[in-house]
Design a protein around this ligand. Structure first.
Ligand SMILES: NC(=O)c1ccc[n+]([C@@H]2O[C@H](COP(=O)([O-])OP(=O)(O)OC[C@H]3O[C@@H](n4cnc5c(N)ncnc54)[C@H](O)[C@@H]3O)[C@@H](O)[C@H]2O)c1
Length: 334
């Protein structure tokens, strides 16, 4: 069993990954500046797992804090979630995004090198594929980013691949997520964006709760059966289990690999809304507006490589994703 440091470990995907790692017997250290996470997430994790994880509240760009984190306890591997993640915001605040996502990663890697920690799992995104030429998208597809956020992800992919090639790092896993939604079935942790959500499911939940009057559907004129965009929604617990498998692969053998994490199933925006209404018995008012610049028509993964390398595949369906998202929202809002 290993001790794994999770940067951004109190965030949406990090907190669920902490649960999956603890369930597999690993020790977890949470490192987060709580810029986009609630302070009670570690306590909620303790309620779910029965384990109190050490928490370091600091920024990955803070070299002294990073050094202290590695000095405090031996770390076998890092899963690097900490980043800013809103595509639109990255276009408005480019320096903030380059600083947090790229400089932050460089500081982390320098601290890892000084501490002799050579294994990293990195949160990348399907956004690196841009407008895909074919679907399902294999990992070998052409990379073409159209946003500053996407460029920060691609830059870090290159950076850590170079460090593995030059033996500064021993094992590197680059995980390209498709569209994570859902929540832990306890309803104790989930996605809780600050301000207006930029992702679909938190928006649906806020409409369901009456916080927002309607869901803006960005375009009904895409070349898809119902005219709305098609995405590959994946349950965050499936994603979390993939991280546990990926980090275990890094612990077992050196080398670098890149994997898509998706279900391989394309689901339209209207399909997702209909599933949410059906399983939760809550109506969602829609408002069709113009397409959003940069949004692609269809995007879903070819997830076969993850299955063959890690023995992992997503097992939870769209209805479970909708039910768990809503349970989290209703419990959280009480
Ligand atoms: N959620 C998605 O749809 C999605 C899709 C593809 C990739 N990703 C990537 O996955 C990772 C995790 O995403 P998430 O949805 O859990 O986001 P999140 O915002 O919930 O989690 C990120 C966490 O990192 C922390 N953080 C941010 N900057 C930091 C810094 N400089 N130092 C220390 N902590 C910092 C935040 O407080 C937060 O807890 C990100 O790298 C994101 O780009 C997310």
């Amino acid at each position: 069993m290993a001790r794994i440091l999770l940067t951004g470990g109190a965030g949406f995907i990090g907190s669920h990954t902490a649960v999956a790692l603890i369930e597999r017997g690993h020790d977890v250290v949470l490192f987060d500046n709580f810029e986009n996470a609630e302070r009670d997430v570690p306590a909620r994790l303790a309620r779910i797992t029965g384990i109190v994880c050490p928490v370091i509240e600091a920024d990955v760009r803070d070299e002294a804090a990073m050094a202290a984190a590695f000095a405090l306890q031996p770390i076998d591997a890092v899963i690097h979630f900490a980043a800013l993640k809103a595509v639109g915001e990255s276009e408005r605040e480019p320096l903030r995004y380059y600083d947090s996502n790229i400089i932050g990663t460089i500081r982390l890697l320098a601290a890892m090198q000084r501490a002799g920690v050579g294994r990293i799992v990195f949160s990348s995104s399907a956004t690196v594929y841009g407008e895909p030429e074919t679907c399902p998208i294999p990992e070998t597809a052409k990379l073409q980013v159209s946003s500053i956020y996407g460029r920060t992800k691609l830059a870090v992919e290159s950076l850590i691949t170079d460090l593995e090639r030059t033996k500064t790092l021993s094992a590197v896993a680059i995980l390209r997520y498709f569209n994570p939604i859902g929540a832990h079935p306890s309803g104790l942790i989930g996605e809780n964006p600050r301000g207006e959500p930029s992702n679909l499911m938190p928006y649906i939940c806020q409409v369901a709760r009456g916080i927002r009057p309607h869901l803006n559907v960005f375009g009904r004129d895409y070349p898809t059966p119902d005219g709305t965009g098609i995405r590959d929604f994946i349950h965050v617990m499936d994603l979390a289990e993939a991280h546990a498998a990926a980090v275990e692969h890094c612990l077992a053998q050196p080398g670098a690999f890149t994997l898509n994490l998706g279900t391989g199933q394309g689901v339209s925006v209207l399909d997702l809304v209909a599933a949410f209404e059906r399983v939760n018995e809550v109506p969602i008012k829609l408002n069709v507006v113009a397409r959003r610049p940069g949004d692609v028509a269809i995007c879903y993964a070819d997830p076969r490589l993850a299955k063959s390398m890690l023995g992992w595949q997503a097992s939870r369906g769209v209805e479970e994703m909708c039910r768990d998202s809503w349970r989290w929202q209703t419990l959280y809002s009480q």
